[in-house]
Structures are given as structure tokens and as C-alpha cells.
Design a protein around this ligand. Structure first.
Ligand SMILES: Cc1cc2nc3c(=O)[nH]c(=O)nc-3n(C[C@H](O)[C@H](O)[C@H](O)COP(=O)(O)OP(=O)(O)OC[C@H]3O[C@@H](n4cnc5c(N)ncnc54)[C@H](O)[C@@H]3O)c2cc1C
Length: 367
């Protein structure tokens, strides 16, 4: 019998394998597609932030920075002596209209309690800091300017975690797990992302297709933060000399990952040009689509021990933030598995019991 089997070798699986191996557990990771063609993490935007409403999500975002900043030490291996996640710490800027303002002022209390280091600015003053912005229709905004948020290269981060886990004794193998009961292990961790329901049918997580466009603009703003325009739902960031921009449109029941190209003309370009007048001159250069692991109950994580099994733990439902939460989730699952309770960030609020009781705990700041 295996000690620990992790089903799914994506970013949550790799992080969990790393933290468990560090604690001396013998981990076998089973991944059905080691090329990760449809896995969520390589198709993500790589963003990490602490600007959320709920304290747990704020604290997971804070830990992401702490962890990523130190991987040149912690994830160094013989094969990968200089691990990096290619961090770009340009910060985040979240823009709110009057309809979101009250909620945002409440969120700021949580930012303060968690010492998140975020700043709040009325829309009327936005141009003093972000001179490229058209603040029309906005009420308020939050941002960070001290290199504590930004984005990373998801592939490099995953490689670094996987390489270190392997050096610590974990094994990654190709395999498609059809049923949880096929696995014989002391501890089983389901890290199957948006496909979790195939293994655990009572977990309300579904693949939700999201499209990202790559665009070029004659005017380049290399210092631009990852900006989320809540009134339109469009978000964007620089990518080299170009930009990436996410569509606010999402779709369930899409077996293919063809981008929703019409969204660019209909939704994304108008919103970008409205908020950044220079973006009127954009040219579309590419795009892709990927699946969010969407928790259809409340857009929030589902983490913990499955109450119907003796030995099954799971983590999924991150709805657009699984990459940034992966360090905190890997650590949290390891605490739960090895000590029986959370030792650092208490994630009991994300338990599976809340799902069964249909107790929504909606995190509003989903991009
Ligand atoms: C367009 C887009 C933008 C995003 N932007 C961000 C962002 O900026 N920041 C952020 O933090 N997050 C972002 N995300 C979300 C993030 O990518 C996901 O939340 C995260 O990747 C979830 O990690 P995971 O390991 O659970 O799932 P995955 O990365 O999908 O990995 C799950 C793995 O499990 C394997 N698997 C599934 N079932 C089985 C089985 N039965 N047997 C064996 N293997 C199995 C799959 O093949 C897959 O490789 C974005 C996602 C998308 C699509």
C-alpha cells in the first residue's frame, strides 16, 4: 500500500507533493497528461494578489508572495540549481464603480486587519498615479505599489515545485485514475482541478471556459499593474511588449478549448479602449482559452478531508486563483494530513461540510 497518492500533478498536486515530501511522507503523484495540454495552470495569467474580500484569501495571497520570493533557496535542486518563477511585481489595480464601492470599503477593513499593505484611492485622483486611465464611471480603486503583488510564469513555478518534490522523494507517473476506490494508499489527495467531479461526484466544481486575448498597442506601459475593471469584468496586464486581456464572458459545458474570438470585438476591446484611451489602437495578435475550476456554489475554494471517506483529502474550486493559492493550499493540506489540524492559515471555512450544507461563502473579487 502507498503512503500518499496525489491524483493530478497540476499546480495544486505539485505543491502538495512538495510540502508533504518535505515532512517525510512518501508521495506518488498520478497525472493523466504529463504534457498538461488542458490543465488550468499553464493556461492561467499567472497573477498573484492579496486584494480579496475574505481574510483567508488575503492571507493566502500574502503567503504566495512570501513563498515565491524565496524559491531560489527553498526549491533549489541539483537538476534545477537556479529555480525562478520569473516574478513581475507590478502590483494589482482593482477599479470599482458605485455599485461595488460599499462592499470594497468593507473589504478594506479586512485588508487592514490582515496588514495587506493595499492602498485605496478615490477615482477622482486615479490619474495622479495612473496617468493612462480614464476614471469615468468609477468610484474608488485599490492598488499596491510596493512589489507585493504581480504575476509569475506558471510553467516555471510548476517545474520548480515538481523538481524539488522529486528530489525529496516524490514520484510522478502517468496514469488516469478512474475511481477513488482504485487507489490503495494510507492517504489520498484529490488535486484533479476542474475534473474533480469525475472522481468525487458530490463536489460542485465544473470546468468553466475563459478566454484570454493577446494584443499589441503602439503605446507600451511596462510598469502597468495587472488591472481589473470590475464594472466591465475585463482584466489585463503587460506581457513582454504586448498585453494579455481576459474576457468577462465564461461558459460551462465546453468540451473544446477554442477561444471565444467574438468576445474581443464585442466585449474586451470596447472595455479596454474605454478605460485606457490609447488602447483604441489595439491589434489582436493571438489568444487561448482554459478552464477555471469553478465552484458553482460560491466561487470559493473547497479544501479539507472528505467526510465520507477515511483517508481522502481534496483541494479544488479555486475559480481563477488556484495558482496563487497553491503554496498556501499545499502547506495547509500537509498540516491537516500530518497533524490533524491547520497550523498556519485556518482554512476550516473552506471545508467540504459547508458545501454539503450549501452554506455559501461567496468571494466577490473573482476576475
Ligand atoms: C484563463 C485563466 C486565467 C487564470 N488566471 C489565474 C491567475 O492569474 N492567477 C491564479 O492564481 N489562477 C489563475 N487561474 C486559475 C488557475 O489556473 C487554477 O485555479 C489552477 O490551475 C488550479 O490548479 P489545479 O492543480 O487544481 O488544476 P490543474 O492545473 O488543472 O491541474 C489538475 C491536473 O489534474 C489532472 N487530472 C484530473 N483528473 C485526473 C485523473 N482522474 N487522473 C489523473 N490526473 C487527473 C489533470 O490532467 C491536470 O493536469 C486561471 C485559469 C485560467 C483558465
Amino acid at each position: 500500500m502507498d503512503d500518499v497518492v496525489v491524483i493530478g500533478g497540476g499546480i495544486i498536486g505539485a505543491s502538495t507533493a512538495y510540502f508533504l515530501s518535505k515532512e517525510g511522507r512518501k508521495v506518488r503523484v498520478i497525472e493523466r497528461d504529463p504534457a498538461y495540454k488542458k490543465a488550468s495552470f499553464p493556461l492561467s495569467l499567472g497573477g498573484f494578489r492579496r486584494q480579496f474580500f475574505q481574510k483567508e484569501n488575503i492571507n493566502l495571497g500574502k503567503f504566495a508572495l512570501e513563498f515565491i520570493s524565496d524559491i531560489s533557496n527553498t526549491l533549489k535542486t541539483k537538476k534545477n540549481p537556479n529555480p525562478t518563477a520569473s516574478m513581475v511585481p507590478n502590483g494589482y489595480l482593482l477599479l470599482f464603480g458605485p455599485e461595488h464601492a460599499e462592499e470594497q470599503y468593507e473589504a478594506l477593513k479586512n485588508h487592514k486587519a490582515c496588514e495587506a499593505g493595499t492602498k485605496n484611492i478615490p477615482a477622482s485622483k486615479l490619474k495622479e498615479i495612473f496617468n493612462w486611465i480614464n476614471p469615468k464611471g468609477l468610484e474608488t480603486a485599490t492598488y499596491t505599489d510596493s512589489k507585493i503583488e504581480g504575476w509569475i510564469d506558471p510553467h516555471m513555478f510548476h517545474n520548480a515545485l515538481k523538481s524539488k518534490a522529486i528530489e525529496l522523494g516524490a514520484e510522478f507517473e502517468k496514469g488516469d485514475v478512474k475511481k477513488i476506490s482504485d487507489i490503495k494508499a494510507k492517504t489520498i489527495v484529490s488535486a484533479a482541478g476542474c475534473w474533480t467531479k469525475e472522481l468525487l461526484e458530490d463536489i460542485p466544481v465544473a470546468p468553466q471556459k475563459h478566454t484570454v486575448f493577446r494584443v499589441k498597442c503602439p503605446k507600451h506601459y511596462p510598469e502597468m499593474p495587472l488591472t481589473g475593471d470590475l464594472p466591465s469584468g475585463v482584466y489585463w496586464r503587460p506581457e513582454g511588449k504586448e498585453y494579455l486581456a481576459g474576457s468577462p464572458n465564461s461558459k460551462f459545458d465546453c468540451p473544446d478549448l477554442e477561444p471565444e474570438w467574438d468576445d474581443f470585438e464585442n466585449l474586451v476591446w470596447p472595455a479596454l479602449a474605454n478605460r485606457v484611451p490609447e488602447f483604441e489602437q489595439l491589434k489582436l495578435t493571438g489568444g487561448w482559452a482554459g478552464y477555471y475550476d469553478c465552484n458553482v456554489l460560491d466561487n470559493n475554494a473547497i479544501v479539507g478531508k472528505h467526510p465520507k471517506y477515511e483517508n481522502v483529502f481534496l483541494a479544488t474550486g479555486f475559480t481563477g486563483r488556484g495558482l496563487m493559492q497553491s503554496p498556501g493550499i499545499g502547506r495547509a493540506l500537509t498540516e491537516l494530513i500530518t497533524t490533524g489540524k491547520y497550523q498556519t492559515i485556518d482554512l476550516s471555512c473552506f471545508s467540504i461540510d459547508r458545501i454539503f450544507a450549501k452554506q455559501k461563502r461567496t468571494e466577490p473579487y473573482v476576475l
